[in-house]
Design a protein around this ligand. Structure first.
Ligand SMILES: *Cc1c(COP(=O)(O)O)cnc(C)c1O
Length: 396
């Protein structure tokens, strides 16, 4: 069968669902109500940001929340509010989005990059333990692709060494670990509402935390150093304006009503894809497994590991030509020279290095399609990567 890249017929000619999904009536109504009210900022008496924050605080089980302009700033504010200071070290996984580390730099702290589990690609408790020094102040588990990190193992390490835990839940709205929602499992958790995330207002973020004192400190960081309930021009601490707008919250609040249904849709697609991949002779591709303790994977991304040697660039181009575009994924964080030049430290991270060579992703918008279309992924992979054979540029 001729590859579409070489003029053959593509496996799929129809477009995949767009992201974000179309606005629903509840979003239209609430956004218009906020616009008409003129109360666009969160300090003017409107209720959308307060309602969104309360909903996340409740749903996460954490109890407290602070809405912010994006998750990068949210991670920074959580670290700073929890007392992370200049020169402290914060341990982050080697396979994650760069913002997990740049948020640490923003707090003046040193990102220390530790390896991930070679199977599930989440931060490894053993690697964290090995990276701890006298300056370590916090660890940042990332709930990668919508599946929760192994929080019991990571919290146990943190407890043994007196470290704070900030969960990067930017990709995991609605995910659960041993039946408990992510975000409420560490000292603080941070969700993102950036354009590619499972709930989006174009940009945005939200921090949740469990202790009243932490909430007051994090709120202050996000509100110019004010004291919660204190005076507008009283600034007992240094802080910034990191607030979300009412208009953004009006897009997000109704989304909570359909989040479960959207996750279920992606779960159905992922399950179908998993079945189909297992049926390709030689099983050249498998779904990256979930960490132990996963009770709900929100399937933000479907991560796929290719087990046969392949030319990555060619493979991605060939899949895109077949109408099934995949993402190449993250470089190991320790190889991002801008980070190491800014002071980040990385040990040897063979699991993240292997992932950067072997793992590719299918995006959430594609997973929103009818699960029957998982067959398109399977068919395109079977066409581009025949079982057990290494196709390279030269052999095609
Ligand atoms: C998107 C993302 C962030 C940053 O979120 P923004 O809201 O875009 O700042 C941080 N960490 C991870 C893992 C992400 O995927």
């Amino acid at each position: 069968m001729t590859l579409a890249l070489h003029g053959g017929t593509p496996v799929r000619a129809t477009p995949w669902p767009a992201w974000p999904p179309p606005l629903d009536d509840a979003q239209r109504k609430l956004v218009m109500a906020v616009l008409d009210s003129g109360l666009w900022g969160a300090t003017q008496g409107g209720s959308a940001v307060a309602d969104l924050t309360a909903a996340f605080a409740r749903r996460s089980g954490a109890g407290y929340g602070v809405a912010v302009g994006n998750a990068t700033l949210g991670l920074f504010a959580a670290l700073r509010g929890l007392g992370v200071e200049a020169g402290d070290e914060v341990i982050v996984p080697a396979y994650t989005f760069v913002a997990s580390a740049t948020a640490v730099l923003l707090a003046g702290a040193v990102p220390v990059i530790a390896d991930v589990d070679p199977g599930d690609l989440h931060l490894l408790a053993g690697a964290v333990e090995a990276a701890i020094t006298g300056r370590t102040a916090a660890i940042m588990p990332v709930h990668l692709a919508g599946s929760p990190a192994d929080m019991d193992a990571l919290n146990a390490v943190a407890a043994r060494h007196g470290l704070k835990v900030v969960e990067d839940a930017a990709q995991a709205h609605g995910a659960a670990y041993k039946g408990r929602p992510v975000g409420g499992l560490g000292d603080a958790g941070v969700y993102s509402f950036q354009a590619s995330k499972a709930m989006t207002a174009g940009e945005g973020g939200l921090i949740v935390c469990r202790e009243e004192a932490d909430h007051e400190a994090i709120w202050s960081v996000c509100n110019l150093g004010r004291k919660l309930g204190g005076q507008w021009y009283g600034h007992p601490a240094v802080g910034w304006n990191l607030r979300l707008t009412e208009i953004q919250a009006a897009l997000l609040l109704p989304w909570l009503e359909r989040l479960e249904e959207e996750i279920a849709r992606r779960e159905a697609f992922a399950a179908e894809a998993e079945r189909g991949l297992a049926a390709i002779p030689g099983r050249p591709v498998s779904v990256v497994p979930q960490p132990p303790g996963t009770t709900r994977d929100s399937r933000h991304l479907l991560m796929l590991r290719v087990h046969v040697p392949f030319d990555r660039e060619f493979f991605l181009a060939a899949m895109a030509a077949e109408g099934v575009p995949l993402d190449g994924g993250y470089p190991p964080l320790g190889t991002v020279s801008a980070l190491t030049e800014a002071g980040a430290r990385a040990g040897h991270c063979p699991a993240a290095e292997a992932a950067s060579r072997e793992v590719v992703w299918m995006r959430q918008s594609m997973l929103m399609d009818d699960s029957a279309h998982a067959a398109d992924l399977v068919e395109a992979l079977a066409k581009v990567l025949p079982s057990g054979t290494a196709r390279t540029r030269s052999t095609l």
